[in-house]
Design a protein around this ligand. Structure first.
Ligand code: HEM
Ligand code: HEM
Length: 231
């Protein structure tokens, strides 16, 4: 899958947006929401781990993993290793982030899995895990036959982008949900915090757009393009 433009400019924009998004979510959760903690009598601090790890983990590092084939000029075997390791880090941070919100709910007497965001979230982390295991087994170890690998690859790319786009959408849903809770408890609708949260979600969506554009554009190493014969 490739459109006739170079990926590199999209990758640069994505990196800038990723950095901005990471800073913005940290400023929100540390400066406005009071900080991050796994153990605290203030259970909100346990919740705060959730947006930070979901955005930096699944969205930003997951996006870096997808872009690694296009943003790096290394040997394909090396890029494959970077791709699978970055995706593994994204999944681990995602699981810890979801664990944090379950912990916050359990210790605060709040029900689990009642919202659309949480249902989509559980589905996505499961699909992400399945995609990773399938990718690992077919493309890395033990590795499928040449036919299985080349036939699987377009599906791997399609399914990977599909899950990633939904991850970004669900992160936006999460920001909306938390901001609505805060506004219902008295936060002013046009306060600097409310505007920061909306802009963080916009930056996350734009980051997702540029990751997607990077993935469907041409590599700076021309031999990589349309190379769906895996190594
Ligand atoms: C894309 C990555 C994300 C995934 C996969 C995800 C997944 C989840 C899951 C599974 C829960 C349910 C936990 C439970 O029921 O105990 C949850 C809760 C929650 N998440 Fe996320 N989340 C993501 C990003 C975010 C972001 C960026 C925010 C922004 C603040 C957020 C806000 C919330 C809130 C407010 C809850 C508690 C209310 C509820 O259960 O819906 N999430 N999330
Ligand atoms: C949840 C985890 C994963 C997701 C979301 C994902 C997603 C993607 C996407 C979107 C692409 C297209 C990138 C591009 O063309 O720029 C891709 C390519 C690829 N992925 Fe994954 N991937 C995951 C895990 C893995 C794993 C564990 C492996 C094992 C090595 C793997 C191997 C590959 C290979 C070989 C390519 C082909 C690169 C090429 O020939 O252009 N992926 N992946």
């Amino acid at each position: 899958m490739a459109i006739g433009v170079k990926a590199l400019p999209f990758t640069f924009v994505a990196h800038g947006l990723g950095l901005a998004g990471a800073v913005m979510v940290l400023v929100w959760c540390i400066y406005y929401l009071g900080g991050l903690a796994f153990e605290s009598t203030n259970k909100n601090l346990i919740f705060n781990i959730h947006p930070v790890l979901m955005l930096i983990g699944l969205v930003i590092i997951g996006g870096q993993a997808i872009m690694s084939y296009k943003s790096l000029t290394l040997r394909k075997e090396v890029k494959k290793l970077i791709h699978l390791v970055l995706h593994a880090i994204a999944i681990i941070l995602g699981i810890i982030g979801i664990y944090a919100v379950f912990k916050n709910h359990n210790e605060s007497g709040i029900a689990n899995l009642y919202s659309l965001h949480s249902w989509i979230g559980i589905t996505l982390i499961s699909l992400y895990g399945i995609q990773w295991i399938y990718g690992f087994v077919v493309f890395f170890f033990p590795g499928g036959s040449a036919t299985v690998r080349s036939e699987s690859l377009p599906w791997h790319v399609l399914f990977g982008l599909f899950v990633y786009v939904l991850v970004v959408g669900n992160a936006a849903l999460g920001f909306l949900e938390k901001l609505t809770f805060l506004e219902n408890s008295g936060l002013a609708k046009f306060s600097s915090e409310a505007i920061l949260v909306n802009f963080t979600a916009i930056v996350a969506i734009l980051y997702g757009v540029f990751v997607f554009l990077t993935a469907i554009s041409q590599s700076s190493q021309p031999e990589d393009d349309f190379s769906y014969s895996s190594i």
